[in-house]
Design a protein around this ligand. Structure first.
Ligand code: HQG
Length: 191
């Protein structure tokens, strides 16, 4: 990769981290607001961001398009932007319940395992518990917190008891909570 390209990538990552913060958790830190569906005005976002970063609409479009986890979406006309998941502020992403794969995974840190067996997987500060369809992603998510531990979740059982699942625009499975009785350590086969 060329030096300039590499530098751009690094800059974009920095900007993307900040965009995650404002679109998911703290829009007030740069004086923007989110509507009830989590959208904010693209021009205003760019204007506010440009006091901290070298950014314009083309750069923002590139950040959104190249984001490794596809964390953001534009409205079709690009006038609005929002985060696809991960919010701690309350927004309605207008997701409809969907049927998940029979097994989903949740990666966490070993030190949280005891608490999870006690209280189940709770959404903590976020709007939903985040689950992955593959083990590799769960391992990555868990390793953000420390020594990784992966749970597998029996979604079939959860569905039969009325729990709902949603799929974010960027492929993350979301649910309100996962009580401990639906959990198994990854590797141990369910039944
Ligand atoms: C743990 C990233 C003790 C839970 C990722 C997790 C994801 C408990 C931590 C997205 C518990 C919360 C979300 C209990 C849950 N006792 N610990 N009863 N219940 N926990 O960051 O799932 O890169 O809020 O296991 O890729 O790690 O930001 O959730 O370890 O998709 O786009 O409490 O964030 O996406 O941590 O990550 P988080 P998460 P981005």
């Amino acid at each position: 990769m060329k030096k300039k390209e590499l530098k751009n990538r690094e800059n974009y990552k920095k900007i993307s981290k900040f965009i995650s913060l404002v679109l998911r958790h703290s829009p007030e830190v740069i004086g923007i607001s989110l509507d009830k569906n989590g959208w904010t005005d693209t021009d205003i976002l760019i204007k506010k961001l440009s006091s901290k970063f070298d950014i314009d609409l083309n750069i923002l479009k590139e950040i959104v398009a190249t984001d490794e986890k596809q964390r953001y979406s534009f409205s079709p006309d690009f006038t609005k932007i929002r985060a696809n998941q991960g919010h701690s502020v309350s927004v309605d992403l207008e997701l409809l319940p969907q049927k998940p794969p029979t097994i989903l995974y949740h990666g966490t840190a070993q030190r949280f395992v005891g608490g999870i067996y006690e209280k189940g997987i709770q959404r903590q500060n976020r709007q939903y518990v985040h689950l992955s369809k593959d083990v590799e992603t769960a391992q990555k998510v868990g390793s953000r917190h420390g020594e990784v531990f992966v749970f597998q979740i029996d979604t079939h059982k959860m569905l039969s008891e009325g729990y709902l699942f949603y799929l974010s625009e960027n492929g993350v499975w979301l649910t309100d909570e996962v009580p401990a009785r639906f959990l198994n350590p990854y590797n141990k086969l369910v039944e």
